[in-house]
Design a binder for this molecule. Structure first.
Ligand SMILES: O=C(O)CCC(=O)CC(=O)O
Length: 389
């Protein structure tokens, strides 16, 4: 067990220190042990950091109090990541731990590389039963909640005594504060803002966060994937560890930067890349290869900046140097990367200050033409001259 300062969440780290970091969050009433059959395998390719909720496992109960919210837990996870110098990380969490991951992806997108939300919800239903459970636990401790836990956590006939023991060892006041957070949790409005590639995993027999909750998350997050696990209830990492392991391993597999062609196609479009490839000659092939590997395989593939941010930088640099053919191509790319004409106009206006009014003047003319073409009745041909990238 790692010795953790009482102001931080208790955590357990495994895997090479230089591997891409992956944080694993628990569900209510459980500890890092929830990931016992999943984390060791994931740690072959990741620096895996499992954390405990306040008052659960090894975390101090006083880290949250009555009326806590998901944001309070999210801030604690960020403090833990900061203490480990993890500026950016991938994240998987079960139930309450999954909701914390959603909160992080909505409110701190710069920190979350990839996200997996397992047996969780963006809104854990009517707050009434959570408030009643909090009141019961504050009054009587965890005994009655523990008696019925197996029925909510596992399919009939399956059990995991270690997890039930952990529940009984949880601090009642911290457990109740987590129930407060679940009662007030509503992350649905932010789902469309999540940009981290997201996998949603549901246990088909989960009565606590049924598959409909997972579908709501997957439908709300652009591009999210959904996996439903048969023969799994709420604590799928304990009940179906091999299936959860495989889903997470594939989702978090370190990305091949490779040739960069896939990213180039996503940003510049198939039509452009096909044309550039068709035009390639023996003379230009080394340059094509260089561009694909470095510009697209290294720089545009690096997740530290979003594609929108990279588009803004690229537009500015092209204006500064007066590369108008490339500017036209990258205005199209900027639109593909999610920038609105208004945002593109604001970036060009700023170049008027830093690159000079004549440079911005020409850039506005180029961008206006391209945006009008994109807006036109038929998509205008991709007029990108002889530019090879
Ligand atoms: O223990 C339960 O009754 C399920 C609790 C729940 O849905 C929230 C969580 O597991 O984090």
């Amino acid at each position: 067990m790692t010795t953790t300062p009482a102001r931080l969440l208790h955590h357990r780290a495994e895997g090479p220190a230089s591997a891409p970091p992956l944080l694993l969050g628990p569900s209510l009433g459980t500890s890092t042990a929830l990931w016992d059959q999943v984390a060791p395998e994931l740690s072959a390719a990741h620096r895996v950091v499992r954390w405990d909720l306040p008052g659960h496992g090894g975390s101090a109960p006083g880290l949250i109090g009555p009326g806590a919210g998901i944001a309070d837990l999210g801030v604690l996870v960020l403090a833990l990541a900061d203490s480990l110098s993890l500026e950016r990380f991938s994240y998987a969490g079960v139930s309450l731990g999954g909701a914390v991951g959603l909160w992080l992806a909505v409110h701190h997108p710069e920190r979350v590389d990839r996200l997996a939300v397992v047996c969780s919800s963006a809104h854990f239903g009517d707050p009434g039963p959570w408030r009643e459970r909090a009141a019961l636990v504050r009054a009587e401790g965890l005994g009655r909640v523990a008696e019925s836990a197996a029925g909510r956590w596992f399919t009939p006939g399956f059990t995991e005594p270690r997890l039930l023991d952990d529940l009984l060892g949880t601090d009642p006041s911290a457990y109740a504060a987590c129930c407060d957070a679940l009662a007030d949790c509503d992350l649905r409005p932010g789902l469309s803002e999540v940009r981290a590639p997201t996998l949603v995993v549901a246990g088909r027999e989960d009565p606590a966060t049924p598959p409909a909750h997972a579908r709501e998350i997957a439908d709300g997050i652009p591009g999210a994937a959904l996996t439903e696990l048969p023969r799994a209830s709420h604590l799928a990492p304990a009940e179906r560890p091999e299936a959860v392991r495989e889903a997470l391993r594939a989702h978090f597999a370190p990305r091949e930067r490779g040739s960069g062609t896939a990213v180039r196609r996503e940003v510049l479009g198939d039509a452009h890349v096909n044309r550039a490839q068709a035009r390639t000659t023996e003379f230009t092939a080394p340059f094509q290869d260089f561009i694909s590997r470095y510009a697209w395989g290294e720089i545009w593939t690096d997740p530290t900046l979003s594609r929108r941010e990279r588009s803004l930088i690229t537009l500015t640099a092209l204006v500064a140097h007066g590369h108008h053919d490339e500017l036209a191509m990258h205005v199209r790319a900027a639109v593909r990367n999610g920038l609105s004409p208004r945002e593109i106009g604001a970036a060009l206006l700023q170049t008027g200050v830093y690159c000079g009014v004549p440079a911005a003047n020409s850039a506005f003319a180029v961008a206006e033409r391209v945006l009008a073409e994109l807006d036109g009745p038929a998509q205008a041909p991709d007029r990108d001259g002889v530019q090879p990238d």
